[in-house]
Design a protein around this ligand. Sequence first.
Ligand code: PLP
Length: 328
Amino acid sequence: MSAPLPMPVLGPDQVLTALRALRDRQPVRFSAFYSSQFGGVVTDPALMVLPFDDHMVHRGHGIFDTAGLVNGRIYDLEAHLDRFLVSAERSKLTLAGSRQAMREIIIRTAAASGVRDGSIRYWLSSGPGNLDLTPAAGAEPGFFVMVFGGLTYPARWYSDGLKVMTTTYPIKPPLYAVTKSTNYLPNVLMQMEAKAAGMDNGVFIDDRGFVGESSNMNIACVTADGVLRHPRFAGVLAGCTSQRLLDLAGALVTGGALPGVEVCDIPVAAARAAREMLLLGSSIKVAPVVEWDGQPIGSGSPGPVARALLALLEEDMRTGDRLIDVPY
Ligand SMILES: Cc1ncc(COP(=O)(O)O)c(C=O)c1O
């Protein structure tokens, strides 16, 4: 038997080489990363790292949010920052700076990235110091900003619609569902389960038999009476896209295309009998669901409300009053 090889103890140059090799084996589209722990931005993905003992890494004690970059402007950042602060408070995290300071860092990281279309995701972490549960004595909260290409979905989701399944995984209890923490295990497992079953995504149903949400998207329905209905935000994430669309849909009501809009509990049976079912979110925008658990939704084809809402959202993202110019 040969003697076991000694475990190499590496120096900084070797670690950097290893981190670069990791990125070479698996290239990523990350354009800029700000870390409060560095005090600045890096553009080399090999350097986009966190200390392992940050409690966001080993305990999931962190929160995040994502805003879109559209034509060199940031869309709806204030709404995403509002939710970020609410998530921080619910998670008992200390802010890494004022809202104004974090907002400024997000905008300046976007500028440093040069990216004009993509996403900006930012995190607040509990900070490093030990491997306990509660924050270490003197832990400095971390603030991180990543500018990347954004999540992309198949064109067919918009042209033909998605097929979804009811997940076998339980929905998060309300406190955790409404907090955008880095604990996405149920969401990850739901999406993996759906993909393994040949579906596009999953649907969480709550304990009372009402429609919840999807993996990283909200769900809405145009019920049999033609009304656009969205689940109450007490047990699902308060999607910035959903909230904006519920406002924008007012134009469809005024124009006569929709009899009404309502935020309410949606029983599964009402959703199964809906004319249209929609997935809503910053990354997916508005996409029609055409099949749920093997049964068609409505006609089994994308419907007019999905198309109209997508057009309203895209218009708002191009020319609305919720855009911030990035000073490239
Ligand atoms: C679980 C969950 N629900 C809903 C959404 C939709 O939220 P938003 O429209 O702000 O992207 C997201 C995405 O952030 C999410 O992760």
